[in-house]
Design a binder for this molecule. Structure first.
Ligand SMILES: [Zn+2]
Length: 126
């Protein structure tokens, strides 16, 4: 059941290139919150007696995962996605500024965060 909560948190996590930075950070907080609960539950099991050390190991592993999730940063794309920052005057997306418009994090940032989350979850045993 604890493993299901972790798998659910991982499955529910999703980030898109049109999210703002604050939306992306809020999305990251959701799995971190669930894993924090699971880590606390494992820690509570340690205090109930943990002769094999398995619960302690799990608590440590989940604490590490929370730390990793909390350390993920969103590297917002500031370059125009169409001309890649070249600022071509006929670029319809940026009109020649070379800068991304609006507050969307961009495709590269969304991919990077998705990868970071997958790697963090990939390091724990299931
Ligand atoms: Zn452009």
């Amino acid at each position: 059941m604890a493993a299901d909560n972790i798998a659910d948190a991982r499955a529910r996590f999703g980030i898109t290139e049109t999210m703002s930075e604050s939306e992306a950070m809020a999305a990251l907080e959701q799995p971190a919150y669930v894993i924090r609960q699971e880590a606390d539950a494992a820690t509570a099991m340690v205090s109930d007696g943990d002769p094999t050390g398995v619960s302690q190991q799990r608590a440590d592993e989940l604490e590490d995962l929370v730390g990793e999730l909390e350390n993920i940063t969103v590297d917002v794309d500031t370059e125009c996605p169409d001309c890649e920052g070249a600022g071509e005057s006929d670029c319809p997306t940026c009109g020649g500024s070379g800068e991304a418009r609006g507050d969307a994090i961009g495709a590269r940032a969304a991919l990077q965060v998705t990868d970071d989350v997958a790697q963090a979850f990939g390091r724990i045993s299931h």
